[in-house]
Design a protein around this ligand. Structure first.
Ligand SMILES: *Cc1c(COP(=O)(O)O)cnc(C)c1O
Length: 380
């Protein structure tokens, strides 16, 4: 079955109790045993819950993996995956990374004895040189946030395989509709389902999908041991969001690309960071590993913080807010908002300077969105 069909049907057959067409919200902590020493398919909701199971099955099918796991937040999903590492191990990560992942690695895991090496994963020589005997995994985010750099997943996964390292890809920005990391040899996919997968800005959630039974066993064990799972109500909402993932992604993609082209011609914009533009330095790679570009991208405003703050203060339809991937359009300033937890020096070294603005383009009428940016830029 194809993606659009799976999004609506995978894991979501009629419910065995009464034939409900939509998987019900099994709002229960525990399940009655059928008899002494005879548990049913579920015994306790941390270990498993039918609503969560429906979502997890659907996520696994959409990514093309063998098993999926739903978590309370994207960070809970990341934490669970990172617990595959032990004290003394090291992980290589891209040097331009989601701010929360950066914080988790540098302020939490580093204190538990897990070493982190920041590397520009765009350069295979640097990746090879960073591998030490203690290195166990490589963490990829592509496109990166907020600079929209791409990592060649096939290349990094190849290097990882030669060195018996696990590869993990945070696929939040594109969703499985536009990018399927397993096709390029990645071992584990993580998502903040808060973003495109749910798509309606009314849930925080996370997901992990794995491509082997051995990893499924380990992540399942950790999800239960750590207690990082998602609750049934949130799983229900994410599953409802997924039904329209394909149609939403098409609209996000179309709107964002049109706005990116418009911004590229605007005299107050110094550059547009969008992998779908031929001006993007990795546009060819984008065409090779992504089926679309999603709805989130960044641009640089000529000038600096003063000009950016005028733009952010002037928008009326775009909402000034963190997060991304919802049907409504958001705008934000990475240096003072999403990436404020990255030290200034580090941020500037990465290129997240004060002139960068990130937008999450929603599925409103694109002419209304352009008109809003146009009037706000007129105040800059
Ligand atoms: C939002 C986000 C996360 C964290 O997810 P939460 O649901 O906020 O915990 C991780 N990675 C990326 C790329 C994100 O955008």
């Amino acid at each position: 079955m194809n993606f659009r069909t799976l999004a609506i049907h995978a894991g979501q057959g009629p419910d065995p109790a009464y034939g409900a067409v939509i998987p019900p919200i099994y709002q229960t902590s525990t399940f009655a045993f059928r008899g002494v020493n005879e548990p049913g398919p579920f015994d306790y909701s941390r270990s498993g819950n039918p609503t969560r199971k429906a979502l997890e099955t659907c996520l696994a099918r959409l990514e093309g993996g063998v098993a999926g796991f739903a978590f309370g937040t994207g960070m809970a999903a990341e934490t669970t995956v990172l617990m595959l590492l032990d004290a003394g191990d090291r992980i290589i990560v891209h040097n331009d990374l989601y701010g929360g992942t950066y914080r988790l690695l540098t302020t939490v895991l580093a204190n538990k004895g897990i070493g982190v090496d920041f590397v520009d994963l765009r350069c295979s020589d640097l990746v090879r040189r960073a591998i030490r005997p203690e290195t166990k995994a490589i963490w990829i985010e592509t496109p990166t946030n907020p600079l929209m750099n791409l990592v060649d997943m096939a290349e990094v996964a190849g290097i990882a395989r030669e060195n018996e390292l696990l590869t993990i890809c945070d696929n939040t920005f594109l969703s499985p509709y536009f990018q399927r990391p397993f096709e390029f040899g990645i071992d584990i996919v993580v998502h903040s389902t808060t973003k495109y997968i749910n798509g309606h800005s009314d849930v925080v959630g996370g997901a992990v999908v794995v491509n082997s039974d051995a990893l499924a066993e380990r992540i399942g064990y950790l999800q239960n041991a750590l207690g990082t799972c998602a609750g049934p109500q949130d799983c229900f909402l994410v599953l409802r969001g997924i039904k329209t993932l394909a149609v939403r992604m098409e609209e996000h993609n179309r709107n964002a690309l049109e706005i990116a082209h418009w911004l590229e011609r605007h005299r107050k914009i110094s550059s547009v960071l969008h992998p779908g533009l031929s001006s993007h330095p990795q546009h060819d790679l984008a065409l090779r590993q992504m089926r679309g570009f999603g709805g989130t991208f960044s641009f640089r405003v000529a000038g600096g913080r003063t000009e950016v703050f005028r733009l952010l203060g002037g928008v009326q339809l775009f909402t000034l807010a963190e997060s991304l991937g919802g049907v409504e359009s958001l705008i934000e300033h990475p240096a003072t908002m999403t990436h404020a937890s990255v030290p200034q020096e580090e941020r500037e070294r990465m290129g997240i300077t004060d002139d960068v603005v990130r937008v999450s383009v929603g599925i409103e009428d694109v002419q209304d969105l352009i008109a809003d940016l146009d009037q706000a830029l007129a105040r800059v």
